[in-house]
Structures are given as structure tokens and as C-alpha cells.
Design a protein around this ligand. Structure first.
Ligand SMILES: [Mg+2]
Length: 182
């Protein structure tokens, strides 16, 4: 059996449509308030109870639906390993591998997203789809020029998150590009 393609998955945007308007819980989502360690570390010396938590909108159907796709799921998020602690249980996913970015939010000399180069290194030639609300056409072009295997980028609207048709599109990509999950 051939290896499944990778689904490199961002959190804020695709799974947490933080920019939804009005600022209310979208249909199908649940609201959570969390204080991961990396968030608390931004407020040294402040009592935990005084630190405003991060609001998350998470749809618990998304995990099972993602697991039903013919992909190997990988976190590709600034949450890094904390996605396993704070996001996976809420969205209905098991512990997943994650990309441990060597740097985050840095500028790029070619105007690429800060994740793009490290993400390609991590994929190491394997077929992948990258799902993120911040990637741009320059990332898509650069990946096409530098990745030896099939690859696709799916930009998600952070005001909407993953839609029904996105699941269908991902499944269709795997089928047409790789013949998996037919
Ligand atoms: Mg994002």
C-alpha cells in the first residue's frame, strides 16, 4: 500500500474561524476558553486568573471528518505540540505529529509565509496538501517550483473555517492526483 499524502493543517482559520462576524459562535461550533503554556508565557509574573484566555470556536464534527479523509494528518500551526493538548480533544482528533518550526513569524526574503520553507523541508518530497488561512499565491508558486512531488495549497477564509465543500475538494484532490481513497 502506498503511503497516504500528508494533510498539513493549520488551526487558527481552518478549525477556529476566529474572524467570523458578528463576533458570535458560528453554527455547528462550540466556544472554549483556553490558556496554553505558551500563552501564559507572554505575561510573566501575572497571576493566571488575571490573564485573558484565548477564545476558540471549534466544530467537534471536524475531527471525525478529517480522519475520514485519505490523508495522514499533521499539525502545521503556531500551536505546535500544544495543538495536541488543547485542540485535538475539542475537535475530535487523536494526538498527531506536528511541525516544530525552527522559527515563527519571521520575515522572508522572497515574501513567503513564515511556514513555507520549513513545511517543505518537513514534507521531504512526500505528496501533501497545505490548509491555512494565511498562505498566498507566492507560496503556491514557490512550492510548485521547489517540491518534487504533488502538492496543493488550500487557502481557508478565517471568517468561515473549513466548509463542507472543502472536505469534498480534499478528497477529490487525493483521488485525482494519487488515486487514493477512491
Ligand atoms: Mg492560521
Amino acid at each position: 500500500m502506498t503511503a497516504l499524502p500528508l494533510l498539513l493543517l493549520d488551526v487558527d482559520g481552518p478549525l477556529n474561524p476566529f474572524a467570523a462576524e458578528p463576533q458570535e459562535q458560528p453554527a455547528g461550533y462550540r466556544t472554549h476558553h483556553v490558556r496554553p503554556d505558551s500563552w501564559l508565557a507572554r505575561f510573566p509574573g501575572r497571576p493566571v486568573g488575571e490573564i485573558e484566555p484565548i477564545r476558540l470556536w471549534i466544530n467537534p464534527d471536524h475531527g471525525p471528518r478529517l480522519l475520514g479523509l485519505p490523508f495522514e494528518l499533521v499539525w502545521a500551526t503556531a500551536w505546535k505540540g500544544e495543538a495536541n493538548t488543547w485542540i485535538a480533544p475539542l475537535v475530535g482528533l487523536p494526538e498527531l505529529p506536528f511541525i516544530a518550526w525552527p522559527q515563527m513569524h519571521q520575515d522572508d526574503p522572497d515574501g513567503l509565509h513564515w511556514k513555507t520553507r520549513a513545511l517543505l523541508d518537513w514534507a521531504d518530497g512526500r505528496p501533501f496538501v497545505w490548509v491555512d488561512d494565511e498562505l498566498g499565491p507566492q507560496d503556491t508558486e514557490w512550492i510548485a517550483a521547489h517540491h518534487p512531488g504533488p502538492a496543493a495549497t488550500f487557502r481557508i477564509n478565517p471568517g468561515i473555517g473549513l466548509r463542507d465543500e472543502d472536505f469534498a475538494t480534499l478528497r477529490e484532490w487525493a483521488r485525482t492526483e494519487l488515486g487514493t481513497g477512491a
